[in-house]
Design a protein around this ligand. Structure first.
Ligand code: 4NP
Length: 157
Protein backbone atom coordinates (compact mmCIF):
# COMPACT_ATOMS: atom_id res chain seq x y z
CA UNK A 1 0.00 0.00 0.00
CA UNK A 2 1.49 3.33 -1.11
CA UNK A 3 0.93 6.30 1.18
CA UNK A 4 1.58 10.00 0.62
CA UNK A 5 1.42 12.62 3.37
CA UNK A 6 0.80 16.24 2.41
CA UNK A 7 1.24 19.46 4.39
CA UNK A 8 2.03 23.03 3.37
CA UNK A 9 5.81 23.38 3.57
CA UNK A 10 6.82 19.68 3.54
CA UNK A 11 9.37 20.54 6.22
CA UNK A 12 7.52 19.90 9.52
CA UNK A 13 4.38 17.74 9.66
CA UNK A 14 4.46 15.53 6.58
CA UNK A 15 8.19 14.64 6.77
CA UNK A 16 7.66 13.51 10.39
CA UNK A 17 4.63 11.43 9.32
CA UNK A 18 6.70 9.95 6.48
CA UNK A 19 9.50 9.03 8.89
CA UNK A 20 7.10 7.48 11.41
CA UNK A 21 5.26 5.34 8.87
CA UNK A 22 8.45 4.26 7.09
CA UNK A 23 9.76 3.00 10.43
CA UNK A 24 6.55 1.08 11.16
CA UNK A 25 6.48 -0.37 7.63
CA UNK A 26 10.08 -1.55 8.11
CA UNK A 27 9.35 -3.05 11.55
CA UNK A 28 6.29 -4.91 10.29
CA UNK A 29 7.90 -5.86 6.96
CA UNK A 30 5.09 -4.07 5.12
CA UNK A 31 5.56 -3.41 1.42
CA UNK A 32 4.76 -0.06 -0.12
CA UNK A 33 6.00 3.38 -0.87
CA UNK A 34 5.78 6.09 1.80
CA UNK A 35 6.52 9.70 0.83
CA UNK A 36 5.54 13.26 1.65
CA UNK A 37 5.02 16.47 -0.31
CA UNK A 38 3.84 20.04 0.09
CA UNK A 39 2.43 23.04 -1.73
CA UNK A 40 4.75 25.84 -0.64
CA UNK A 41 7.75 26.39 -2.91
CA UNK A 42 9.89 28.28 -0.33
CA UNK A 43 11.61 25.15 0.94
CA UNK A 44 11.91 22.88 -2.10
CA UNK A 45 14.94 20.53 -1.87
CA UNK A 46 15.61 21.68 1.71
CA UNK A 47 15.83 19.24 4.63
CA UNK A 48 13.05 19.33 7.25
CA UNK A 49 12.88 22.07 9.88
CA UNK A 50 15.52 21.48 12.64
CA UNK A 51 12.72 21.13 15.24
CA UNK A 52 11.08 18.35 13.25
CA UNK A 53 14.47 16.65 12.77
CA UNK A 54 15.13 16.90 16.52
CA UNK A 55 11.71 15.59 17.59
CA UNK A 56 11.94 12.68 15.15
CA UNK A 57 15.50 11.92 16.35
CA UNK A 58 14.25 11.88 19.96
CA UNK A 59 11.96 9.06 18.82
CA UNK A 60 14.75 7.19 17.01
CA UNK A 61 13.83 8.36 13.51
CA UNK A 62 16.26 10.09 11.15
CA UNK A 63 14.44 12.42 8.74
CA UNK A 64 17.45 14.66 8.09
CA UNK A 65 17.97 13.31 4.54
CA UNK A 66 14.44 14.12 3.37
CA UNK A 67 14.24 16.93 0.80
CA UNK A 68 11.05 18.97 0.48
CA UNK A 69 9.15 18.59 -2.76
CA UNK A 70 5.91 19.83 -4.24
CA UNK A 71 2.78 17.73 -4.65
CA UNK A 72 2.12 16.91 -8.33
CA UNK A 73 -0.87 15.50 -10.19
CA UNK A 74 0.99 12.30 -11.05
CA UNK A 75 1.07 11.51 -7.30
CA UNK A 76 -2.57 10.46 -7.70
CA UNK A 77 -1.31 7.62 -9.95
CA UNK A 78 1.45 6.47 -7.59
CA UNK A 79 -0.31 6.47 -4.20
CA UNK A 80 -3.32 4.59 -2.82
CA UNK A 81 -3.98 7.07 -0.01
CA UNK A 82 -3.13 10.75 0.27
CA UNK A 83 -3.40 12.05 3.82
CA UNK A 84 -3.55 15.79 4.40
CA UNK A 85 -2.99 17.71 7.62
CA UNK A 86 -5.41 20.63 7.37
CA UNK A 87 -8.17 22.25 5.36
CA UNK A 88 -5.81 24.28 3.21
CA UNK A 89 -3.92 21.13 2.17
CA UNK A 90 -7.26 19.41 1.53
CA UNK A 91 -8.38 22.19 -0.81
CA UNK A 92 -4.97 22.32 -2.54
CA UNK A 93 -4.91 18.56 -3.24
CA UNK A 94 -8.58 18.47 -4.28
CA UNK A 95 -7.96 21.27 -6.76
CA UNK A 96 -5.48 19.05 -8.62
CA UNK A 97 -7.70 15.94 -8.68
CA UNK A 98 -8.52 14.92 -12.25
CA UNK A 99 -11.28 12.40 -11.60
CA UNK A 100 -13.46 10.79 -8.95
CA UNK A 101 -10.92 8.05 -8.20
CA UNK A 102 -8.34 10.75 -7.36
CA UNK A 103 -10.76 12.44 -4.94
CA UNK A 104 -11.45 9.13 -3.21
CA UNK A 105 -7.78 8.80 -2.28
CA UNK A 106 -7.70 12.05 -0.27
CA UNK A 107 -8.52 12.22 3.43
CA UNK A 108 -7.57 14.09 6.57
CA UNK A 109 -4.90 12.19 8.50
CA UNK A 110 -6.91 12.72 11.70
CA UNK A 111 -9.83 10.81 10.16
CA UNK A 112 -7.73 7.66 10.51
CA UNK A 113 -8.03 8.07 14.31
CA UNK A 114 -11.44 9.75 14.45
CA UNK A 115 -13.31 8.78 11.28
CA UNK A 116 -15.43 11.55 9.80
CA UNK A 117 -14.22 14.18 12.28
CA UNK A 118 -12.26 16.16 9.65
CA UNK A 119 -10.01 17.39 12.46
CA UNK A 120 -6.73 19.03 11.50
CA UNK A 121 -3.12 18.46 12.51
CA UNK A 122 -2.15 22.03 13.41
CA UNK A 123 0.79 23.73 11.71
CA UNK A 124 3.64 23.87 14.27
CA UNK A 125 5.89 26.05 12.08
CA UNK A 126 5.36 29.27 14.01
CA UNK A 127 5.34 27.67 17.47
CA UNK A 128 7.88 25.93 19.65
CA UNK A 129 9.39 22.47 19.61
CA UNK A 130 6.78 21.36 22.21
CA UNK A 131 4.08 21.74 19.55
CA UNK A 132 6.18 19.72 17.13
CA UNK A 133 6.29 16.98 19.75
CA UNK A 134 2.48 17.09 20.24
CA UNK A 135 1.95 16.89 16.50
CA UNK A 136 4.44 13.99 16.30
CA UNK A 137 2.51 12.04 18.94
CA UNK A 138 -0.82 12.58 17.15
CA UNK A 139 0.65 11.49 13.84
CA UNK A 140 2.27 8.45 15.44
CA UNK A 141 -1.17 7.27 16.59
CA UNK A 142 -2.56 7.80 13.11
CA UNK A 143 0.37 5.95 11.52
CA UNK A 144 -0.18 2.95 13.80
CA UNK A 145 -3.76 2.79 12.48
CA UNK A 146 -2.60 3.12 8.88
CA UNK A 147 -0.18 0.24 9.45
CA UNK A 148 -3.04 -1.90 10.89
CA UNK A 149 -5.04 -1.22 7.72
CA UNK A 150 -2.02 -1.99 5.54
CA UNK A 151 -1.48 -5.29 7.38
CA UNK A 152 -5.13 -6.26 6.78
CA UNK A 153 -4.82 -5.24 3.14
CA UNK A 154 -1.63 -7.30 2.75
CA UNK A 155 -3.31 -10.33 4.32
CA UNK A 156 -6.23 -10.11 1.88
CA UNK A 157 -4.32 -9.40 -1.33
P1 4NP B 1 4.54 22.26 7.44
O1 4NP B 1 4.88 23.65 8.17
O2 4NP B 1 3.40 22.53 6.46
O3 4NP B 1 4.13 21.36 8.56
O4 4NP B 1 5.81 21.84 6.73
C1 4NP B 1 5.16 24.79 7.44
C2 4NP B 1 6.46 25.05 7.05
C3 4NP B 1 6.77 26.19 6.33
C4 4NP B 1 5.77 27.08 6.01
C5 4NP B 1 4.47 26.83 6.39
C6 4NP B 1 4.17 25.69 7.10
N1 4NP B 1 6.10 28.28 5.28
O5 4NP B 1 5.19 29.07 5.02
O6 4NP B 1 7.26 28.46 4.96
Amino acid sequence: MNILFVCLGNICRSPMAEGILKKIFREKALKGKVESAGFESFHINEPPDPRAVQVAANHGIDISKKQARLFRKVDFDHFDHIYVMDTQNMNDVKDLARKEVDLQKIDYLMNVIEPGSNKVIPDPYLSGIEDCEKVFELMEKACQKIAEKALLYAANN
